[in-house]
Design a protein around this ligand. Structure first.
Ligand SMILES: *Cc1c(COP(=O)(O)O)cnc(C)c1O
Length: 464
């Protein structure tokens, strides 16, 4: 690197202008969130052509890079931090966690080992204890901090595979799967797509899964789950991605413990019900499982990305995920990479810790319960406006139809175009449905009413 470029970067680092500009642009964005369309309009999307440029030949100006992104990129964002984004199961962002992110971005910690970041190791340990306590899980549970549930489900299933095979005298790390004792995998037809992905990545093969029918709300039919044994991995779900429904953990968990089967719970957004007094009943028996995966970036409203694997069997998780290398320096403290597939990782623990440190037990309860209240309000107001609510609203999800599929689809498109709010579509019991997911602390009762008005207007505009 030339001295000239290095000198320029040092100037950037000390430049009030550069970081003040980022700060101003960010706060301007937050201030204007309510006024912008929830999904970018056509002008904003056309503006993305500003990025169709050749790779620059030479270093440029840092402020110009920032300004280009702010000017042409900002308008093409989805207003996810506002109160009227109800798409997928996304989640807003708690301001305290954003501030922590700004600070810790400057720290630029890499978090595989204690020696690469003592503070990250410390907070990973502290947060692990807090999570066990919030969800009422066994003291032996350890946590691995990953990018999201796609990966934490993978980790849970990998730990299960390691342990179930080890009990049959087979070391899957060394011997692989060829010739291994056969494991049984049982999951609901309503399992999330990422379960199927983990099954494929781990070499189980989705054709080998015993897929169990679900009931009308999307809960696994517990009576249809066959006899379990010590070679079985059963995947359950806390929070169906469409209906929000919860499986029967108490019945199936007890059966699994008796049989020595492994239970993994995909609780991406729904596990947080266990941390809310009035919703905790949904997760009854959850402590009987062996591993649990969930996100920080959904219900808890940490910034993206943040997922966690909790596992009661530390040696199984570490056995499945550990790596070795002569240069790796293990410590008596926590070395985070023992619990994750990744080695280098950003310090996403700072934001997760900050969310819990800021909210406390009561704040988490209020946040989770509040999402449910807004979802109930959504369902009640839409019902009163003549829409059909297709699910029992037990958590934060509402499924809506208005007449036949054509009418529902047309209404959905009109809502999305309105910019008033954003909701996605899905199929539910063979019919088209509009999927509302209330996931942000920022959603007020007025936001819900305004979104309902957008539903009504969209239905009228599309001829319904
Ligand atoms: C979102 C979701 C996932 C996938 O989680 P990511 O964090 O997006 O990887 C898995 N299962 C359920 C039930 C989900 O809602």
């Amino acid at each position: 690197m030339t001295d000239d470029l290095r000198a320029r970067m040092f100037r950037d680092l000390q430049s009030d202008d550069l970081f003040a500009a980022a700060h101003d642009a960010a706060l301007r964005y937050a201030d204007g969130i309510d006024a912008r369309p929830v999904f970018p309009d056509a002008v904003a999307l056309d503006g993305l052509a500003a990025f169709d440029e050749p790779l620059p030949e030479a270093p440029g100006d840092a402020l110009a890079v920032l300004r280009q992104l702010d000017t042409h990129g900002g308008p093409a964002t989805v207003a996810q931090i506002g109160g009227r984004y109800f798409g997928f199961v996304n989640g807003g962002v708690i301001p305290a966690t954003l501030a922590v992110r700004w600070l810790t971005d400057f720290w630029d910690q890499n978090t595989p080992l204690y020696v690469t970041s003592p503070i990250a190791a410390k907070l990973e340990t502290v947060t692990e204890g807090w999570l066990r306590e919030l969800f009422g899980l066994p003291d032996s549970c350890v946590a691995g901090y990953v990018s999201g549930s796609s990966l934490s489900i993978f980790c849970g299933l990998a730990a299960a595979r390691y342990r179930l095979l080890e009990r049959r005298g087979w070391d899957v790390n060394r011997a692989g799967l060829d010739g291994a004792p056969r494991l049984r995998l049982i999951a609901s037809r309503e399992a999330h797509g990422t379960v199927g992905k983990a099954v494929a990545l781990l070499g189980f093969g989705s054709d080998n899964v015993e897929w169990i029918e679900a009931d009308a709300e999307g809960r696994i039919d517990a009576a249809a789950v066959p006899e379990l044994d010590a070679s079985t991995l059963l995947v359950l779900q806390a929070g169906n991605v469409n209906s929000g429904a919860f499986d029967d953990f108490a019945t199936l968990g007890a059966r699994a413990r008796e049989a020595g089967a492994w239970v993994h719970v995909d609780g991406a957004f729904g596990l947080w019900a266990a941390a809310a007094a009035r919703l905790r009943h949904l997760t009854r028996g959850i402590e009987l499982a062996d591993s649990w995966s969930f996100d920080g970036h959904k219900t808890l409203n940490t910034p993206y990305d943040s997922g966690v694997i909790l596992c009661r069997d530390r040696d199984a998780l570490v056995g499945a995920l550990h790596a070795a290398g002569a240069y790796i320096t293990w410590s008596e403290h926590r070395d985070g990479m023992l619990y994750t597939p990744e080695m280098s990782r950003r310090g996403r623990i700072f934001e997760l810790w900050a969310a819990l440190r800021y909210l406390g037990r009561a704040g988490v309860d209020e946040l989770v319960e509040g999402l449910h209240e807004r979802a109930r309000q959504f369902a009640d107001e839409l019902d009163a406006a003549g829409f059909e609510v297709l699910n029992e609203v037990v958590f934060n999800q509402v499924l809506i139809a208005c007449g036949d599929d054509a009418a529902t689809d047309a209404t959905l498109v009109a809502i999305q175009r309105s910019g008033e709010c954003w909701v996605g579509g899905t199929r539910w019991h063979g019919q088209s449905a509009i999927r509302v997911s209330v996931c942000s602390w920022a959603t007020t009762a007025a936001d819900v009413s305004r979104a309902v008005a957008a539903f009504v207007a969209a239905r009228a505009a599309s001829g319904g």
